[in-house]
Design a protein around this ligand. Sequence first.
Ligand code: SF4
Ligand code: SF4
Length: 143
Amino acid sequence: MRDCGDCTACCLLTTVRELSKDDGVLCPHCTTEIGCGIYEDRPLSCREFKCFWLAEGWPTHLRPDKCNVMFEALPGVTTVLALPVVSSETFDTDVYRVIQKMVNKGRAVIFQRECFLPAGKTKEDVLQDIQKVLRINNGCSNI
Ligand code: SF4
Ligand code: SF4
């Protein structure tokens, strides 16, 4: 099975509820030397998380630490988040091809506060998607 190698992008970019870690804050267990310092005991959300690169078997140069963007599917909706790993805008040009492919397949992509929308989808649709995800994450089931 494919593994993450030296990449630790999701240890910065994702929320880990079990550790009260917010997105955008590097996990205190993440080290440059060995990656996850509690790998055998890491929380379930870390075990279950798969960025698109890992889940879809994308080419090596699109691994988040290499192309500087991590693509994350939001559960239950067709909107995808594309999250910069670094603040600079030096992304692999293939990142934009990936976004276009996703849009062609009917997914909306949010990247750098910009919405890339498939035909027939509006920004309001995407906002509804996001609100739905936020309600799911807050434990609301009456959607
Ligand atoms: S961002 Fe993707 S490739 Fe990188 S460590 Fe997380 S799951 Fe693995
Ligand atoms: S516990 Fe490990 S895998 Fe999970 S965010 Fe922290 S360093 Fe990454």
